[in-house]
Design a binder for this molecule. Structure first.
Ligand code: HEM
Length: 96
């Protein structure tokens, strides 16, 4: 079982609840969520990755609205160093 799916640290762990990570959310056990690893082999790119994701999300969401196209099945996550969808994920982008 992946740490992030352990109900000892996360209530209803399989549910998509991004509010778990909100600034005012109740903090969980330190280290229970460590997508970049820990210790001497911790990810060298973690700060770049977080900055890139924030900038890309901000630029995209200012300009576009994302929607799930009709008939698109829920993605099946596959663990391959990071989690990724088994099949390509399609999203419809419309100007905001
Ligand atoms: C969302 C993006 C990323 C995730 C989730 C991620 C996650 C990880 C994880 C889990 C490890 C292994 C840590 C361990 O063995 O304990 C790792 C190692 C590493 N990551 Fe990342 N990473 C990301 C982006 C990046 C980026 C953008 C770079 C470089 C620009 C990078 C460079 C590295 C390097 C060089 C290591 C090896 C560190 C070592 O073994 O000393 N990563 N990353």
């Amino acid at each position: 079982m992946r740490m992030q799916h352990d109900a000892r640290w996360f209530a209803d762990p399989s549910a998509f609840k991004p509010e778990r990570f909100a600034r005012d959310a109740v903090p969980t056990q330190r280290g229970a969520w460590s997508p970049f690893g820990m210790g001497p082999r911790v990810c060298l790119g973690q700060h770049l990755a977080m900055t890139e994701m924030t900038v890309i999300a901000a630029m995209l969401l200012q300009r576009c609205t994302l929607a799930v196209p009709d008939g698109m099945a829920a993605p099946r996550p596959v663990l391959n160093v990071t989690l990724r969808p088994q099949a390509p994920l399609h999203l419809a982008l419309a100007p905001a």
